[in-house]
Design a binder for this molecule. Structure first.
Ligand SMILES: [Zn+2]
Ligand SMILES: [Zn+2]
Ligand SMILES: [Zn+2]
Ligand SMILES: [Zn+2]
Ligand SMILES: [Zn+2]
Length: 231
């Protein structure tokens, strides 16, 4: 069987990788029972739950390693303002504490009900049965069905042709064929010529009014108006 569906390879949605999910864990994913720990788990640089954490050598605050490394490459104080600090491996006690915290699977919005322990989140995501997708044009995420539904109308998925002004799906510019473009331009030209005809008619009406206004009939009869004044 030949594949004749032109939308078959039309990829407007992408599956989100678990690495991306781990780097973008929203603070609200801390499970209800661990809400009291929530604040300490948030990296104040990226405002997500810390990923691969390191701590400030003075205040022990947790930050994602990539966030604090980038920060300290530019400044010599931590985001909490301790001076001359380094990012260090987290303390064993904090590590133990972290391991007991439950995080809602980031695919909870797509239907996963699991809340694995922080340290098991990565392995859970690798095996999670629910898959999460994202719109390739905007920040929309959800199940495959939700995403496919969303991209049908996603405002950012459309572009306008620079020749005819017509709308087409950015990923499928090939569907905006030469024939379609020419047809749209022709249609536009027809509209424009109709407008020109209307404008000419209006202009004529105006001229007629001006003639009457400037030169009342009896004057016109008596005076020979120089040709250049005639509209
Ligand atoms: Zn961070
Ligand atoms: Zn600090
Ligand atoms: Zn899950
Ligand atoms: Zn979108
Ligand atoms: Zn066009």
């Amino acid at each position: 069987m030949f594949n004749i569906n032109p939308f078959e390879n039309f990829t407007e949605i992408e599956q989100i990788s678990y690495q991306d999910e781990l780097k973008n864990l929203l603070p609200e994913y801390v499970s209800e029972e661990n809400q009291d720990m929530g604040e300490e788990l948030v990296c104040v640089i990226c405002m997500n739950i810390v990923y691969d954490p390191l701590s400030c050598s003075k205040c022990q605050t947790l930050f994602c390693s990539r966030c604090i490394k980038e920060w300290l490459s530019l400044k010599n104080y931590c985001p909490i303002k301790c001076q001359n600090v380094t990012a260090q491996t987290i303390h064993k006690k904090i590590k133990d504490l972290l391991s007991k915290i439950k995080i809602k699977c980031p695919r909870n919005t797509a239907g996963c009900k699991e809340s694995p322990f922080y340290e098991n989140l990565e392995s859970h995501l690798k095996n999670c049965q629910i898959l999460k997708f994202k719109c390739v044009y905007c920040f929309f995420t959800g199940s495959k069905t939700e995403c496919l539904e969303h991209v049908k109308t996603c405002k950012l998925s459309f572009a306008n042709c620079e020749n005819c002004g017509g709308e087409y799906k950015k990923k499928r510019k090939d569907l905006h064929t030469y024939e379609i473009c020419v047809e749209k331009i022709t249609l536009k030209m027809v509209t424009i010529s109709q407008e020109i005809v209307e404008m000419k008619q209006k202009n004529q009406n105006l001229k007629d009014i001006l003639k009457i206004y400037k030169f009342p009939a009896e004057i016109v009869k008596e005076v020979t108006i120089p040709k250049k004044y005639l509209l």
